[in-house]
Design a binder for this molecule. Sequence first.
Ligand code: BG6
Length: 514
Amino acid sequence: MQTAMVENPLREGLRLERVPAPCAMVIFGASGDLTSRKLMPALYNLAIEGLLPSAFSVVGYARRGLTTESFREQMREAVDRHSRRRPVDPNVWETFAQGISYVDGNFENPDDYLTLGAELTRLDKERGTGGNRIFYLAAPPQMYRTIVDNLGAAGLVGVQSDASWTRVVVEKPFGRDLQSAIDLNDHLHTVFQENQIFRIDHYLGKETVQNIMAFRFANGIFEPIWSRNYIDHVQITVAETIGVEDRGGYYDQAGAMRDMVQNHMLQLLSVIAMEPPITFEADAVRDEKVKTLRAIRSIKPNEVENFTVRGQYGPGWVAGESVPGYRQEPKVNPDSMTETFVAVKLLIDNWRWAGVPFYLRSGKRMPRRVTEIAIQFKSVPHPLFKSTEGAPLEPNVLALRIQPDEGISMKIAAKVPGPHIRLRSVNMGFLYGTSFFVESPDAYERLLLDCMFGDSTLFTRRDETEAAWKPITEILQEWSEVTPPHFPNYEAGSWGPAAADAFMARDGRYWRQP
Ligand code: BG6
């Protein structure tokens, strides 16, 4: 890997040399999946890159009766299993693990927060973490308020000063509708100020999502055509092959709309549709995103049926393997009416996008894992040519591939070599893999580092979360009142219910096969 980086001239000068100030990060819910799969591997990878602060500590907080030694051992196994760099390098691990400790604490017991406070003071003294703290809420969301209250009561949320800082990272789900998101925001604000709150949406940490902004705002040629004058519609697809794995308990209360659309997909939509910010600073970027989210047209109750499709997978085959239906998954209600697929048409009421539909679809147990944004341009005003098959030529499509096979491609019409004028669509493309020849960091690496720097550009601001919940809550409300579709209505391993195709066909369009 190191050699590849040196050999590739496009990588030159790309290393981020800045390192954040010393700090300690407390993970509430340290025995959970997120810590093992994402947080620890991300921190370990930052350690390999030499990007962690010179003095850095992680404190795992959970009620598992562990010791620091056994917690370190568990974390090593987790990193060994989930890090993008495996096996663990014993030398890097040794140094990194010296900064890991464990507090056996209950979220509800105020005394345990005093123990935590004592541990943080010890770390300041012995490891030089400088009084800077990040509290990471990786606990069950119903515990967020309790943790916040107890942190406040134990005096662990210091006053912000030039000398030291305290920040809180809040994982999704951030509420389950607009009102609960407002309540949670209010509650966080009883203890933290807005600039201390980092609401995480890991999609924003993906290189390819950040590149959307680079693509749009560092290249002059796209802005003039980035509007209703040239764009017919936009399709955003987030398809997953996995089912709900062992998260049935959570997922059955959430569903695809809350789990994927309200957060990740609306974030994708907002970076695609936002106006150019005046600077690339946190508030300037988020101001523009909020404006876009607020411009999403409310879907009236009697229109919800025409603007959305819900699906739930039954048994089927994915990648040659027979898989159970959603209702047969562990911890899922056998009569569950939770959607595992959703398609929705959103309209953005502003000058740039008036009349351009944004079609969003997301589903579990699809045939292929792919996240893609396809900008479909209008057809030429006066067609001179036909395609090889005699059909009208397909219009240009700019496809931003978020994952996997990260890259960007542009579909254009080209003349097939030969004596006759025959045209066919071809793709011009850029692939991360072959251009930069380097593995992209995991989204959490970037976001954890940004949080240590205090840069909230890639985190969602209060008004942004609420603006994203508003149109979604209206749909959920209507869904809860009308007769639901007959579930299951798509086979695992298919592209979703037939109704999703009919939904596009009604608009004279079709889903692109990504
Ligand atoms: C999470 C959802 O936020 O995102 C999961 O809760 C989903 O249900 C995951 O599988 C998808 O993330 P990624 O990075 O694999 O696209």
